[in-house]
Design a protein around this ligand. Structure first.
Ligand code: CP
Length: 291
C-alpha cells in the first residue's frame, strides 16, 4: 500500500508518534542513503520553509531532487494539475505537492502508483507543519496531554490551525482559539487572548493571510497588533515555562512584536530546524513502504 501523507486526520496517534521518534533519530545523527530514489517537489504556491526544507531533507537522505518551476512548465500552456502530477509519476519515486486548492489530492490518489506528500492544500491541511509543531512541543514538555495552547490569528484561512486543532485535541491538549470576528470560523468557539494569555503553555501566532481574503480586513496593522498580537505587555503575562510558536513567515510588529521573535521563549527558528528532520522522516516513510 502506498504511504501517502495527505492529512493527519487519517493517521492514528501511534503512527504520528513513530514519525516524531524517527525525526528524533535523525536529530541524533542517524545516517541513511536513498541515492537510488528521485523526488519531485511541485510547489504551485510560494514557499520558503516547506519547499527548501523538503529539498534539504531529500539531499540529506541522499535522494536525487527535481524542483518543478510552475512558471517554466506546461502549466503556462494550460496543462492541468492532474496531468502535471500524473506526468511526474512516470519519472520519480515520490512527489511533494503544495497547491491552493483544498484537498487537491483527492483527484490524484486513485491514479498514482507513487506516494504523494502534501506540503499544504489551500486552507485545508499542512501535515508536515503540524508534525514539526508537535515535535517542538514534545521536546519542550515531554508530553501532550493536558497542555494548553492558544492559537491566535487568521484561523478561518489557516491550514496550520485546522490541522493542529484536530491533532492537538486528539492528543489531549486544550486548544483555545483567538481571532478577530471577521477571521473566525462559524462552527468553532473563540475566546479573548487576554483571558487566556497567562494560563497557556504555548502561544501559537498565525499570519494574517491576505492572499486568501476576498476583501481586506477592517483592522490596520497597528490595531491588529494591539488587539490580537503578542505585545510586550502580553509577553510579560506569560507563564515562566510558556513558549512562543509561529509557523512563519512572520510579520514582525503585527502578530508579534519584532523584539520577541528571537526572545528566550520563542521556538520559531527551532520549529524551522525541526521541519528538516520531520521531512526526512516523512520522505523515508513514503520511500521505504511506498512502492
Ligand atoms: N510555514 C510554512 O509553511 O512556511 P512557507 O510558506 O514558507 O513554506
Amino acid at each position: 500500500m502506498l504511504k501517502h501523507l495527505l492529512n493527519l486526520k487519517d493517521l492514528p496517534v501511534n503512527e504520528i508518534l513513530k514519525i516524531l521518534d524517527r525525526a528524533k533519530e535523525f536529530i541524533n545523527g542517524e545516517k541513511v542513503n536513498y541515492d537510488n530514489k528521485i523526488i519531485a517537489n511541485l510547489f504551485f504556491e510560494p514557499s520558503t520553509r516547506t519547499q527548501n526544507s523538503f529539498e534539504a531533507a531529500e539531499h540529506r537522505l541522499g535522494c536525487k531532487v527535481i524542483t518543478f518551476n510552475k512558471s517554466e512548465s506546461s502549466i503556462q500552456k494550460g496543462e492541468s494539475l492532474y496531468d502535471t502530477v500524473i506526468t511526474f509519476t512516470q519519472y520519480v519515486d515520490a512527489v511533494v505537492i503544495r497547491h491552493n486548492q483544498n484537498k487537491y489530492y483527492e483527484e490524484l490518489i486513485n491514479h498514482t502508483n507513487i506516494p504523494i506528500i502534501n506540503a499544504g492544500d489551500g486552507s485545508g491541511n499542512h501535515p508536515t507543519q503540524s508534525l514539526l509543531d508537535l515535535l517542538t512541543i514534545q521536546q519542550e514538555f515531554k508530553h501532550f496531554e493536558g497542555l494548553k495552547i492558544a492559537i491566535v490569528g487568521d484561523i478561518v484561512h489557516s491550514r496550520v490551525a485546522s490541522t493542529n486543532i484536530e491533532i492537538m485535541e486528539r492528543l489531549g491538549m486544550e486548544v483555545y482559539l483567538c481571532a478577530p470576528p471577521e477571521l473566525q470560523n462559524q462552527d468553532k468557539r473563540f475566546c479573548e487572548l487576554d483571558d487566556v494569555i497567562s494560563e497557556v503553555d504555548i502561544v501559537m501566532l498565525l499570519r494574517v493571510q491576505h492572499e486568501r481574503h476576498k476583501k481586506e480586513i477592517s483592522l490596520t496593522k497597528e490595531m491588529y497588533h494591539q488587539l490580537y498580537g503578542l505585545t510586550i505587555e502580553r509577553y510579560q503575562r506569560l507563564k515562566e515555562t510558556a513558549i512562543i510558536m509561529h509557523p512563519a513567515p512572520v510579520n514582525r510588529g503585527v502578530e508579534i512584536a519584532d523584539c520577541l521573535v528571537e526572545c528566550d521563549k520563542s521556538r520559531i527558528f527551532k520549529q524551522m530546524k525541526n521541519g528538516l528532520y520531520i521531512r526526512k522522516a516523512v520522505i523515508e516513510r513514503s520511500l521505504k513502504e511506498g512502492v
